[in-house]
Write a protein that binds this ligand. Structure first.
Ligand code: ATR
Length: 280
């Protein structure tokens, strides 16, 4: 484990140490903004996580990203903002006046990517969200915060969709997969938060041709970069927002909090991460 780094450094805490694109992103910003700083991966087992986080600044870190399986523990060990609390998981930690604070940057990652790819998307009267896991919570929070009036929430396990509807209120309407076909023609925004369509997973069976002509389609899956859902949407002339865009935009806030500068999501950064994705 890293101790006593001289320049400001952040880390990504996970277990086991997974291949992550976050170092590519943060190293790019450190380099292009001329900041002397670091970003490293720390593999920390669950039984050592609390100790690691409580001694984060002693270890020389100004903050951290947190990934599986630690996101819920990170929430419990810090002072979460509304987003982290609503999502039930924290992915970014930083210190404010010595206190360990947390947020969930998936919310703004999703929303800012949509703003960049499909400005005006929030005029959508109705959204259709597929999936009711952790990623879905971040999406629902963002959509409601931006004023979407009705979100149909589809999930294989209807109980999980119902639980999220209970949490997020009457704007979220839980529905079963058998209703998707009827809902597609009304969905101005379609979001896939399930793992369907991801490399090695089952395909997402859905007719994008049924969507209205002004619909925007977002997929959180980014391996492959162009999922069959996004390809189908584009073939019907629809605007799309991909999972890589969300990944890049979700990294902005952490960098800002740790290193004090606002970094840009540039085509050059996107190309760097894309190159890494095609290796896998
Ligand atoms: P994440 O944190 O990425 O959202 P998750 O909490 O494990 O991951 O949620 C995965 C989502 O993909 C869930 O909505 C899951 O549906 P269930 O709640 O019914 O498990 C959905 N999902 C995964 N595999 C699926 C499949 N083969 N068919 C339909 N939905 C699937």
């Amino acid at each position: 484990m890293t101790t006593g780094t001289k320049t400001p450094a952040a880390c990504l805490i996970g277990w086991p140490a997974a291949h992550s694109r976050s170092p590519i992103i943060h190293h790019y910003w450190l380099r292009t903004l001329g900041i002397e700083g670091g970003y490293v991966i720390e593999a920390v087992p669950p039984d050592e996580f609390a100790d690691f986080v409580l001694r984060l600044s002693h270890r020389g870190f100004v903050g951290a990203n947190v990934t599986r399986p630690h996101k819920e523990s990170a929430l419990a060990l810090s002072k979460p903002d509304d987003r982290a609390r609503a999502v039930g998981a924290a992915n970014t930690l930083w210190f404010k006046d010595g206190e360990l604070c947390s947020t969930n940057t998936d919310v703004e990652g999703f929303i800012n990517n949509l703003d960049a790819c499909a400005p005006g998307w929030d005029k959508a009267a109705e959204a259709l969200v597929l999936g009711a896991g952790g990623a879905s919570r971040a999406v629902l929070f963002g959509l409601i915060e931006r004023g979407i009036k009705r979100v149909h929430l589809v999930n294989r396990t209807l109980e999980r969709a119902r639980a999220l509807a209970d949490q997020f209120g009457p704007k979220v309407v839980p529905v079963g997969w058998e209703q998707v076909r009827d809902l597609l023609p009304r969905a101005n925004l379609l979001v896939n938060t399930t793992s369907l369509g991801q490399k090695g997973q089952l395909a997402l069976e859905l007719d994008a041709g049924l969507l209205p002509s002004d619909a925007v389609v977002a997929d959180l899956v980014y391996v492959p970069l162009q999922t069959p859902l996004l390809a189908a949407a584009q073939s019907h002339g629809l605007k799309t927002a991909d999972g890589l865009g969300m990944l890049l935009y979700q990294a902005v806030r952490g960098f800002e909090l740790w290193f004090g500068r606002h970094p840009e999501v540039t085509p050059e950064l996107r190309a760097l991460v894309e190159a890494d994705l095609t290796k896998t």
